[in-house]
Ligand binder design. Structure first.
Ligand SMILES: [Zn+2]
Length: 334
C-alpha cells in the first residue's frame, strides 16, 4: 500500500491503522467492507478515497501508484467505479431510501476496474432501518463490490453491522507529525501557534486546521485564562460564568480541557522554577502556582485528565459542565 495522497504529502501518523490495512491489501485481500472509525478531522474520508484508488489502481504493487489512468481518475474524483454517498449530515439523516438505491446499484458490474467501490460516509447518521437494509448487502455482497464506511465510533452502529466490517480505528497523530502537516497547510502561522493548536486538538489534524482557520483557536485562548483563574475564585459562580460560553460549544470542550491541562502543567513548573517558560496563559499559570499547593495543583490536573477521558462517554453536556466546575473547585480545596 502506498500512503501518498494526491497532493504529494503522506497520510500522517496512524501507524497501527496502516499496519492493519497493509496486512490485508498487500496480500491482495482487500476486505469486502472496511470501517474507518475516528473523530471528525482524523482523515477518515481522505483515507477512504486513497483506499478506493488502491482498489482500482492498475499497478502491480505499491497501490495506488498515483500515475496510472485509474489513479488519475480516482484522484480527480472522476472514476466511474468509485461512488461516494452520505457525509456531513445531521444525526439520522442517512435514510433507508438511499440504501435501497445502493442495494440495486451494487449488482451493476464495474465499468472498467475489476471492482466497484462504494464509500459510505458518516454511517453513524444512518437510521436503524437504513443500517438493517445495508446489512442485507453486507451479508452477501456481490464479488465485485468493496465498501468503505466511515463513522465516529463503531459503538454507534448496530452490532450486526459491526460484525460484518473490518474496523480500522483512526486517531490523533503525534505533535511533530501534526505540526508538519499544519505547517504545510497554514504556512503563515507561527510555529508556536501550530504546536499549541496541535496539542489543543489532540493531534487531530482536521480539527486543528479548522480551529486555526475559523477563529475558534483564538476564542479558546481568550477563554482559557478566565476559566483557569475562576478555579480559585471566592465563589463557584465565577467558574460557572467562565465556562458558560461552552454550553453552546460542545465541540470545543475537549480542546479547552487540553488547554487547561497545559496551563496547570505550566503552574506546576512555575512552583519550582520561577523563571520557567510559560506558554499558553502565563498570568493564569502564575496565579495558580501562587494560590494552590502542589498537592492541589496535582489534584486539579487529575480532574482534568479524568474528565478528558470521560467525555468519550455520552454524558449530558450541561451535566458535564456542572460536574467539571464542582470537581475543579473541590480539587482546588475551594
Ligand atoms: Zn495506479
Amino acid at each position: 500500500m502506498n500512503w501518498t495522497l494526491p497532493d504529494g504529502s503522506v497520510f500522517a501518523g496512524n501507524s497501527a491503522a496502516k499496519a492493519l490495512l497493509s496486512s490485508r491489501l498487500d496480500a491482495g485481500a482487500f476486505p469486502h467492507a472496511i470501517l474507518l472509525e475516528g473523530p471528525a478531522g482524523s482523515g477518515r474520508k481522505t483515507l477512504a478515497r486513497l483506499l478506493a484508488a488502491a482498489a482500482v489502481c492498475q499497478a502491480g504493487s505499491d497501490r495506488p501508484c498515483g500515475v496510472c489512468p485509474a489513479c488519475r481518475k480516482a484522484f480527480s474524483k472522476n472514476h466511474p467505479d468509485i461512488t461516494e454517498i452520505g457525509g456531513g449530515g445531521e444525526a439520522r439523516s442517512f435514510h433507508i431510501d438511499v440504501v435501497r438505491d445502493l442495494r440495486d446499484e451494487v449488482y451493476v458490474m464495474p465499468n472498467e476496474a475489476p471492482v466497484r467501490v462504494f464509500i459510505l460516509c458518516d454511517v453513524q447518521n444512518m437510521t436503524e432501518q437504513a443500517q438493517n437494509s445495508l446489512l442485507k448487502v453486507l451479508e452477501e455482497p456481490p464479488a465485485h463490490v468493496r465498501f468503505i464506511l466511515t463513522c465516529e465510533q463503531r459503538s454507534q452502529l448496530l452490532e450486526t453491522v459491526r460484525s460484518r466490517v473490518y474496523a480500522v480505528p483512526l486517531g490523533g497523530v503525534s505533535a511533530e507529525e501534526a505540526v508538519a502537516v499544519l505547517r504545510q497547510r497554514l504556512p503563515d502561522r507561527s510555529e508556536d501557534e501550530l504546536t499549541r493548536a496541535a496539542t489543543l486538538w489532540g493531534g487531530v489534524i482536521g480539527q486543528a486546521i479548522n480551529g486555526l482557520s475559523d477563529g475558534s483557536y483564538q476564542e479558546i485562548l481568550t477563554l482559557l485564562p478566565n476559566i483557569a483563574s475562576a478555579i480559585t475564585a471566592p465563589t463557584e459562580l465565577q467558574l460557572l460564568l467562565a465556562t458558560a460560553p461552552l454550553e453552546k460549544q460542545k465541540d470545543r470542550v475537549s480542546a479547552v480541557l487540553s488547554g487547561l491541562l497545559l496551563i496547570l502543567r505550566d503552574a506546576l513548573v512555575c512552583r519550582f522554577e520561577s523563571a520557567g517558560s510559560l506558554g499558553t496563559a502565563p498570568e493564569a499559570s502564575r496565579t495558580l502556582a501562587r494560590t494552590l499547593t502542589r498537592r492541589q495543583l496535582l489534584a486539579v490536573l487529575r480532574v482534568l485528565e479524568d474528565l478528558q477521558a470521560a467525555r468519550f462517554f455520552n454524558m449530558n453536556h450541561t451535566l458535564f459542565l456542572t460536574l467539571l466546575c464542582a470537581r475543579l473547585r473541590r480539587a482546588a480545596g475551594r
